[in-house]
Design a protein around this ligand. Structure first.
Ligand code: GDP
Ligand code: IMO
Ligand code: MG
Length: 431
């Protein structure tokens, strides 16, 4: 049966969305990215081959699936073309099945310079961004100073937008950072990007029309979220967030599809928690345990290579995520990483200055001080990655089943799929 399903990260990103989208894309006619940019790194492993997608939807490896980059995505043209080249070299044809919205905003060199300069100047208040120019590009979009793919493809529109926008930016970076690098040069940018535009032209279209036509034809469509709910600019741990709506609601403005057309929201969460970059993380491990779990889970960023911070499953975070996403189902990944532990903790609330919070406190300053209230459960000390050979939830160790049931209770959401390894086949549905 076909449906329109939004798949989002339920924590701080890197939950394994790429693997799950690739798996679900087996039956999908179309996969659509709706926000974020090449700050995302979505890993898909098929046999010996590993692909990390930053802008291309994770349905690319399914030859009949149409891949769409919606208007809500911020597109770095060189990064996109590099990915197209890499995928093409691997023998995967994108002919007629990759489309980029004309309304998508373009990341230009001055956005990258701005991201770098702001972070370098922020000292202890830095966000720990991926330095891909994401925040500055979205800021320009909202300030109505952005350049969209449609502008880039029209030489005179591009020229006049650049002249309007860059003249002002040159003054600002000079005054704020005493910087006047080549990234702010109008002529250079115009020349370089007018050429790049020609390579993007064949992919450009009105993707809202394309997607809505597919909906009318009752196609099976996946909307692929990047980042995660706790990095959402409205619902995350502000200001330590990204600059877009990574929650399910973002799929509508990010594609031009109305909310009445969506059937289902699926959240993806790790069986524990990770975070890259700065910001509060109440359940973070310390010392030995941090190193061990990072090693078992190979927790290094798919985009920047930075070591990920790791911690216990945070029920406050997951419950918040289920709520703000209107989550229908939960996918739990990386259960296998917990196979080695004697006992496991789950955070059910925070204590801050003597007060108990069962929902997410509204300020980062409170979250920095949050002391998790934990429940402890026995581990299972068995190799769960073997379970998928039997393909059944019932074959999991009893303690693993109890752990998953507790996650369901805390999030009030049914676990529909469990992942116990990075390969496609290391996954099984819960009946
Ligand atoms: P995404 O950004 O949500 O797509 O996630 P990333 O690709 O950044 O990070 C997830 C990492 O976990 C990748 O290296 C995956 O190959 C790996 N992975 C996904 N699911 C599992 C799983 O169930 N078990 C293990 N051990 N690794 C997994
Ligand atoms: P995927 O899609 C994990 C984090 C950065 C930083 C903050 C802001 O692979 O899950 P930005 O460059 O967006 O301005 O950085 O957000 N971040 C991610 N963390 N996974 C991601 O994407 C992320 N994209 C951004 O580390 O803390
Ligand atoms: Mg990632």
């Amino acid at each position: 049966m076909s449906s329109r399903t939004i798949v989002v990260g339920a924590q701080w990103g890197d939950e394994g969305k790429g693997k799950i989208i690739d798996l679900m894309a087996k039956d999908a006619d179309m996969v659509v990215r709706f926000q974020g940019g090449n700050n995302a790194g979505h890993t898909v492993i098929v046999g010996e081959k590993e692909f990390i997608f930053h802008l291309l939807p994770s349905g690319v490896l399914r030859p009949k699936t149409v891949c769409v980059i919606g208007n809500g995505v911020v597109v770095n043209p060189e990064a996109l073309l590099n990915e197209v080249d890499r995928v093409t070299e691997a023998g995967i044809s994108l002919d007629g099945r990759l489309w980029v919205s004309q309304g998508a905003h373009i990341i230009l060199p001055y956005h990258l310079a701005y991201d770098r300069l702001i972070e370098a100047g922020a000292g202890d208040a830095k966000i720990g961004t991926t330095k891909r120019g994401i925040g500055p590009c979205y800021a320009d979009k909202v300030a109505r100073k952005g350049i969209r793919l449609a502008d880039l493809l029209d030489k005179s529109a591009f020229r006049s937008r650049l002249e309007d926008v860059l003249a002002e930016k040159q003054k600002v970076v000079k005054a704020l950072f005493n910087y006047s690098g080549p990234e702010f040069d109008i002529e250079d940018t115009y020349r370089q990007y007018s050429e790049i535009a020609e390579r993007l032209r064949p992919f450009a279209c009105d993707t809202a029309v394309l997607i809505n036509r597919a909906i009318r034809e009752d196609k099976n469509i996946l909307f692929e979220g990047a980042q995660g709910a706790l990095l959402d600019v409205d619902h995350g741990t502000y200001p330590y967030v990204t600059s877009s709506n990574a929650t399910a609601g973002g799929a509508c403005p990010g594609t031009g599809v109305g909310p009445t057309r969506i059937d289902k929201v699926v959240g993806v969460a790790k069986a524990y928690t990770t975070r890259v970059g700065e910001g509060p993380f109440p359940t973070q491990f310390e010392g030995d345990l941090l190193e061990k779990v990072r090693g078992w889970g190979n927790e290094f960023g798919a985009t920047t290579g930075r070591p990920r911070r790791c911690g216990w499953f945070d029920g406050v975070v997951a419950k918040h995520s289920a709520l703000v996403n209107g989550m229908d189902e939960l996918v739990i990944t990386k259960l296998d990483v917990l196979d080695h532990l004697d006992s496991l903790k789950i955070c059910t609330a925070y204590e801050v200055d003597g007060r108990i919070y069962e929902t997410l406190p509204p300020l980062a300053s409170l979250l920095w001080k949050a002391v998790p209230v934990y429940e402890e459960m026995p581990g299972w000390k068995q190799d769960t990655s073997k379970t998928c050979e039997a393909q059944s939830f019932e074959d999991l160790p009893e303690n693993a089943k109890a752990y998953l049931h507790r996650l369901e209770e805390l999030t009030e959401t049914k676990v529909s799929l469990i992942s116990v390894g990075s390969d496609r086949d290391k996954t099984f549905a819960v009946a």
